[in-house]
Write a protein that binds this ligand. Structure first.
Ligand code: IMP
Ligand code: MG
Length: 183
């Protein structure tokens, strides 16, 4: 298991996450009734959330993934981003739901939204598991939001620190580690 000596208090428990995901899945199923949306996950952090979420969506969906990273040398999110893996499919004219693990400054998600809107989807909604309270550098409109959490570095349930801790089932604060290398 990941090194637990750096784990601080539990921020969101597995049970709470699962209850919230059921709610979000039901909402999405109602809102997109009769439609066939493409669910796009932002790798890698969102893959655990997205895999649980789609199991609670009762309409037909397809999935795709996109992966970006901050340019080398940039600690924290700089908003200067590079596409590592593009979508497999064209989203022109499609209803798209972008699924992300966490919003801190909001720069990553606004870059992604801009990038996807250039491809002219029919609609673009945003579904985010965690939003840090009060840290956004620009207003972000979130259609489906899991939890607003304190502005702390958190790990687990897909979220990592240097690629560790993704496999924890709940979300924990990380202690005694610098909040650099965010990616
Ligand atoms: P933003 O661009 O500042 O909003 O940061 C969002 C991205 O940084 C997310 O896609 C995460 O990969 C990463 N990130 C931000 N905060 C955390 C955190 O507390 N734990 C793990 N990753 C984080
Ligand atoms: Mg991420």
């Amino acid at each position: 298991m990941p090194d637990s000596k750096y784990l601080g208090r539990e921020i969101v428990a597995y049970r709470q996450i699962q209850e919230k995901i059921r709610e979000l899945g039901n909402l999405i199923s109602l809102d997109y009734s009769g439609k066939n949306p493409v669910i796009i996950g932002v790798l890698k952090g969102a893959f655990v959330f997205m895999s649980d979420l789609i199991k609670h969506i009762s309409i037909d969906v397809s999935v795709d993934f996109i992966s970006i990273c901050s340019y080398a040398g940039a600690s924290k999110s700089s908003g200067v981003l590079r596409l590592l893996k593009d979508l497999d499919f064209d989203i022109l004219g499609q209803d798209v739901i972008l699924v992300e693990d966490i919003i801190d400054s909001g720069l990553t998600i606004s870059y992604l939204k801009k990038n996807l809107l250039l491809r002219k989807p029919k609609s673009l909604a945003l579904c985010v598991l965690l939003v840090k309270d009060g840290t956004q550098k620009l207003p972000i409109e979130i259609d489906y939001c899991g939890f607003v959490i304190p502005s702390k570095f958190v790990v687990g349930y897909g979220l990592d620190y240097n690629e560790s801790y993704r496999n924890l089932t709940s979300i924990y604060e990380l202690r005694d580690k610098k909040e650099s290398d965010v990616g």
